[in-house]
Each structure stands twice: as C-alpha cells, then as structure tokens.
Design a protein around this ligand. Sequence first.
Ligand code: ZN
Length: 491
Amino acid sequence: MATAAISPDILAKYEPVIGLEVHVQLLTATKIFCGCANRFGAEPNTNVCAVCLGLPGALPVLNEKAVELAALAALALNCEVRERSIFARKNYFYPDLPKGYQISQYDKPIAEHGWIDVPTEDGSMKRIGITRLHMEEDAGKSLHEGFANSATRTYLDLNRCGTPLIEIVSEPDIRTSDEAFEYLTRLKEILLYTGVSDCNMEEGSLRCDANVSVRLKGAERFGAKAEVKNVNSFRFIRAALEYEIERQVEVIESGGQVVQETRLYNANEGRTDSMRSKEQAHDYRYFPEPDLPPLLLSQEFLERKRAELPEMPEARRKRMIAEYDLSEQDARTLTASRQFADRFEAAAKTARNPRRVANLLLSEVAGRLKALNLEPEQSPVSMSGIVQAADLLEENKISSRQLKQLFDICFEKGEDFGAVYEREKPQQITDSAAIEKLIDEVITANPGQLEQYRAGKTTIAGFFVGQVMRASKGQANPALLNQLVIKKLGS
Ligand SMILES: [Zn+2]
C-alpha cells in the first residue's frame, strides 16, 4: 500500500500543499458549440457532427444554456463573474482530440475568486479559495479495453467531444487529504443543489486532478509539485494524496529531489506512478479563439441567475438545525440531497409538530432502512406516512411502542404507514381505573425508585411511565398514563 514506512515524526516535519482541479460536465441537452446531443452511453461516434469533429470550415456557436449553468455554478461558489470573458485555444495533439486544440478559457475566464468553507479536524470551518472557474469543451475518449483485439488496438469514441465543461481550480489552500475530501464533498453537494451537473463520477461527469507538494513546516516556498490524475472517487483521492505525500517526503528525506511531473493513480496497487513530465502553460500556445467573440454577460443577467440559486446546503443545514432541533449529523442526513430535503420539509410543514417528523425519519425510518440496506427512496413508509404517524403520536392516539410495532409491519410487508394503521388499529387503554391498577403494581414492585422520587429525584417518574407502558403491552394512552403516574407518585 503506502511507501516504505515513514515515521510519523518525520512526516510531521513537513507540510503538504494541495490544490484541486475539478472538471464538471454541465447538464445541457446539446453540446457546447454544436447541436449534437450531450448524452452519456450512446453508441460510439453517433453524437458527432462537423463542428465537434473539427472538420475544416466548421464554426462553433456557443450554447446559451451552458453559459447559464456555468454562471449559476460560479455564483453558487461565491465567485466574481466577469462581464467579459474570452475563449482561447489550448493546442495539443491527442488522438481523442480531432481538432488538435481544445476551446477553453485562459487569462480571462468566466469567473474567479470564489471559495468553499470546509470543516476541519477541530470542528472549526476553513475557507478554501477558488482561483478560477472557466468554461471549456471536453475531448473524446480512447477505449483501451472491451474489444476482442484490445491488446493490440485502441478505439476512439468521439461522442464526448464538445461536451460542455466547467473547470474549477482551487487555491493551494488545502493542507491534508481529509480537507481535500471535505472540499470535494462540499463542492459536489453545491453543484448538485444548483442542478448544473449530475456529478456522476462513474460516468465521468465529475473528474478530479490533484496538485500536491510538500515543504518543511515554516518554509515559504512551495516544493516541486506532482499532478495526480485518473482518480475516480473521493475516497481514492484521499488515498492517492496520502500515498503521494509520503512518497515525496521519502524522496526528500533520502536526499533526492521531487520532480515536477504528472502521475497516475493506480487504485489496485494503491500507489501513484510517473506518467510524463508536467507541461507548462506555454507548451499549449494559448491564443484567443478567433471563431468566437468575447462572451459578454450583463449585470441584469447575473442578477437573474443569482435569484435562481436555491438555498445552499450549508445555509440550509444551519437553518434546519435551529428549526427542527437537529444535531449537525442529523442535518447532514436530511440535506444529503436537495430533493430529499425538499420532500422532507414539504411534508414536515403539514405536521402538527415538524420536529417529530424529523425525529421519526432519523430514528425509526433511517434505522430500519439501514438494517435492510435500503436507500431512502426505497422506504415503504412515505413522507406523508411519517407525518401521519407523527400526528398520531402527538395526539397521544398511539404510544411510541405501538408506533414501533406498526413500522415493523410496514417494513416487513413493504406497506405504507396509513394502510397498516387502518388495518391494525392498535388498541388503547383509556380506562383510568385499569391504568391506575397497573401503576399501583409497578410502584409496589419498585420501592427503591419510589424512595428516590420522594427524595426529590422527580425525573425517575419516566422510569415508572416506561414500566407501566410495558406492563400494558404498549396500549396505555400515553397522556393519561403520564398524568396518572405523577398523581400516584405524589399521593
Ligand atoms: Zn456536434
């Protein structure tokens, strides 16, 4: 796995410096400069035309929707959006780039100077800067496997040529692999909330490269950096960074020098391997794209986009923690996707006590989903079912024990709460005399607890309520039971 073990003491002398470059495909219907469908999974080389194949004489036309999504993403990431940005040609040769250049943005990108706040180890928040966000087109794909003669042949699928991308470049503000993981998690969440991309890493809609170097703590100059590519999950990014940090420290400690280069992450071996020496920007001979005019965005357009932004995940969590009395962790669970959070809040609003809905969802429903290894969307109990259960509890029409039994049936039979409740109609004991008799029995059986209660430990009343509820097989009316226990204990 890792390199020859470096002692933690030696590792602690160094400070890693990490910057991330994230490519995100935008959710447009068509490509960025032509009318071809922007869709994953089509037959190879079927979504192509003269423009995205770069045939001579074909001219690009900028997709307005791609600009809108890029602007939305930029605003969601707290960037300053330029009123005038310039497309540029990035020249390089690669078989999956038929034009011989990629249309990108260089010194005048659409947006700059953004940030994301990420939680750190000590629980405080740290601001990670975003240097720039620019628009560009994706390249095609070289297929090295999956064909009978793949051992000797590489195939090209050019469907991806011209897929609209934004590239989001962070400042080198990240200091640990955990911070990198958090940054990516938050970034993805913001992009999903904003609806600009599906961020599906398996399909390549979100791809991440990491620049990493190490320096002695206190040193001002950055060390030589390696760019780690080909990492297709956030978990792997964390592992690749940990490996790379140790590798570089080991090189320096053994008297060597870290070489500036591009390295590929090998997930099977858990290590990075040298791929090629790193290009410098001048190797690409950037120049302004002659076939596209400058991109001009009015303040009015930007204000309109800003107004379209949904409540961002971090702000939503803060509000929900206060509104539903949640822990940070619970708020994270409820806001894991915007759709889920929307469904929850729409339902909770209709309940007598919205906090109870949150509580049932997080405890009773989440626990059962987890035990059965189900996703929230697969829950047999709908949001309105949870609201119904919460209201019945709130009105003391069922006890929490009865509710648990009803939920058990829902999950066993795959039925919603309403149907199960109608059929089972759990009985309630509302006869005071019957409940008092049970209370008397419990009090007689627990003289020690009674003593404590009388000595002033009034919280022990809960113990008696629990015992009597159990004795009633969960059927005692909870409100009546509470009231009678207090009365009996006091008499
Ligand atoms: Zn095309």
